[in-house]
Write a protein that binds this ligand. Structure first.
Ligand code: FE2
Ligand code: FE2
Length: 272
């Protein structure tokens, strides 16, 4: 089973560039073309938040038009740049299978994708109007219920914000509320193969609370690696990249980072 993860698309309206310099729509199109040519074909695509750049409906419409070119089912999650209500209105239940109620404070964009060998629990980590993340009492209770229902099936948790600090000052400044409680909860289960996140615009992985936290790169903007910085981050315009998570016949999750750019080759990896 193959799962593509793209994250932090930061799509603008067609005539604009993100922060005046990043052609985020063009980069997404390059990613989509690359994903459509993968062999073997992936089963589905997870879009792990920050789909638009300035929280606008028109940007989300543009993002949907670009994502609709994918040849595979795709599912969207909100990031801190997205508005829950707009996200559900634009993508509908096909791509965001949840009935979200805007005026209900305990309504979130959290849902289950139970597909073949894996159970994927997508959980909304956003806080309205803030850049940081949170799993509040309600969301943690929902997550516990879902985890209790299937304790033997390999499970992946998907949420925009990684629950721990990863050394990128810009995003480490964003507090994640509920880290300790989430960590304690996850320690009770042995079937959680990974937490797939985005938000930090860099590919990282680290062991935490009986599982591994994996962050996907942005499809456009790579935040600078400055582990000793105490300043807001800058970004590089990078070739688009994404993650391909391979659930192997031996029941392991192997995550490949793929950069979409010109290459030469392939050449035989041996001498004659
Ligand atoms: Fe982002
Ligand atoms: Fe984010």
């Amino acid at each position: 089973m193959l799962i593509v993860q793209i994250s932090d698309l930061h799509i603008t309206t067609p005539s604009k560039k993100a922060y005046g310099v990043a052609s985020t729509g063009d980069n997404l199109s390059l990613c989509v073309d690359h994903i459509n040519q993968l062999k073997p074909q992936p089963d589905l695509v997870l879009v792990t938040g920050d789909i638009c750049n300035e929280n606008s409906f028109d940007e989300l419409i543009n993002a949907k038009n670009l994502l609709d070119e994918l040849n595979y089912p795709y599912y969207v999650m909100p990031g801190n740049h997205d508005t829950r209500n707009d996200l559900t209105a634009v993508f509908g239940t096909v791509h965001c299978p949840v009935s979200f109620e805007e005026n209900n404070p305990s309504s979130f964009i959290s849902y289950i994708i139970d597909y073949k060998a894996l159970r994927m629990i997508a959980i909304d980590s956003t806080i309205k109007g803030k850049s940081g993340g949170e799993l509040c009492k309600n969301r943690l209770a929902w997550l516990k219920d879902q985890l209790d229902k299937e304790q033997n099936k390999p499970t992946i948790i998907i949420m925009h914000h990684p629950p721990i600090k990863l050394g990128v000052f810009e995003t480490d400044m964003d507090i994640f509320i509920g880290t300790e409680k989430l960590g304690k909860l996850l320690n009770n289960y042995s079937n959680i193969k990974a937490i797939l996140s985005g938000h930090i615009h860099r590919h990282t992985h680290t062991l935490w609370s009986n599982t591994v936290v994996i962050t996907a790169p942005s499809t456009s903007m790579e935040l600078m690696l400055e582990l000793d910085s105490k300043q807001p981050s800058k970004f590089y315009n990078e070739p688009p990249s994404y993650l391909l998570h391979y659930w192997t016949p031996d029941n392991n999750l192997v995550s490949h980072a793929i950069v979409v750019h010109e290459t030469n080759g392939p050449y035989p990896f041996r001498s004659y």
